[in-house]
Design a protein around this ligand. Structure first.
Ligand code: ASP
Length: 319
């Protein structure tokens, strides 16, 4: 997997996770996204940057926000977009992942956006696809979701500017969350002052401390004086066995309420990658309240995805 994502000059070829990326890569993605935020506010929300390129959304797992924002991002860059729906395709008839891949490749596409329930699926496709085709990981199992993490970093940067002075708390099902893994990686690359994870012991892996985070099992202690709170969805589809007593008890202990929120800094921002389980991870009054930037995350997702797609398909020498 070494240097699969970048070429010899350090330009992005694929975007699979943060493994071989640097601080500067993350800054470049966010700076590029900045220029696209304005486009989404114009009456004609389109630039010709990727005219003539074909981008295929290859989603083997359901998605709302990620799929629609990737599609919109590609269309706003004037690319041709194909949404491949495995449920209605030959994968249901037993066609292997590689056969499916090569079939779509034969249609001369330039980029696959891959969502898959298996960790490592996007890497696998990047390793086996035609050298001219790039791959963006749109979430693989519990492994990584790098564009989600980038839109989260972008949202934080809009509100807080200096990462080195920030205290960020990630709350909930860290064990199964590809979003949390990517966020921790990105926050570390951006030299974030303090990263806290807050979860019951059953929803944390044993090696969590090796990721450079402070671990808390108590929500009130964990969110004290933080600048950013990122709530995670309980990934019930990935839980094997009873890891939680009940949703009600989980909410009592780890659900974010307006009262608990008062323990954080007065200008704290509250984030969630969606979809939210209201009344389980947080109260509606918090999700829709003045500290919430959850819908802004969705909007910034378009600009971040435009940035990553355009950086990969139009590297500097051809811009
Ligand atoms: N939408 C995010 C993901 O695909 C978060 C979630 O589903 O909880 O990982």
């Amino acid at each position: 997997m070494t240097m699969l994502q970048t070429d010899s000059q350090g330009h992005l070829r694929h975007f699979l996770n943060f493994d071989d990326l640097s601080y500067q890569h993350l800054i470049s993605i966010m700076d590029t996204a900045e220029s696209f935020v304005g486009i989404t506010k114009r009456s004609i929300k389109k630039v010709p940057l990727l005219r003539g390129h074909t981008i295929v959304n290859l989603f083997f797992e359901p998605s709302t926000r990620t799929l629609t924002t990737f599609e919109l991002a590609a269309k706003r860059l004037s690319a041709d977009v194909l949404n491949f729906h495995p449920k209605t395709s030959a994968t249901k008839k037993g066609e292997s992942l590689l056969d499916t891949l090569h079939t779509i490749e034969a249609m001369q596409c330039d980029m696959f956006i891959v969502r898959h329930a298996d960790s490592g699926a996007a890497h696998f496709i990047a390793q086996h696809t035609h050298p001219d085709v790039s791959v963006i990981n749109a979430g693989d199992g519990s492994h990584a979701h790098p564009t989600q993490a980038m839109l989260d970093m972008f949202t934080i940067r809009h509100h807080k500017t200096d990462f080195t002075k920030l205290s960020v708390a990630i709350v909930g099902d860290v064990l199964h969350s590809r979003v949390a893994r990517s966020q921790i990686h990105a926050l570390n690359l951006l030299q974030t002052g303090e990263i806290r994870v807050i979860a019951p012991k059953t929803l944390l892996s044993n090696h969590i401390k090796t990721l450079g985070v402070e671990v808390y099992h108590n929500l009130e202690q964990g969110i004290k004086d933080v600048d950013v709170i990122i709530m995670l969805r309980l990934q019930k589809e990935r839980m094997q066995g009873a890891l939680l007593p009940s949703e009600n008890e989980y909410f009592q202990l780890y659900g974010l309420t307006a009262n608990k929120l008062k323990l954080a800094k007065p200008d704290v921002i509250v984030m969630h990658p969606g979809p939210i389980n209201r009344g389980v991870e947080m109260d509606s009054i918090v999700a829709d309240g003045p500290h919430s930037v959850i819908l802004q995350q969705v909007s910034y997702g378009i600009a971040i995805r435009m940035a990553v797609m355009s950086m990969i398909l139009t590297p500097p020498q051809s811009q």
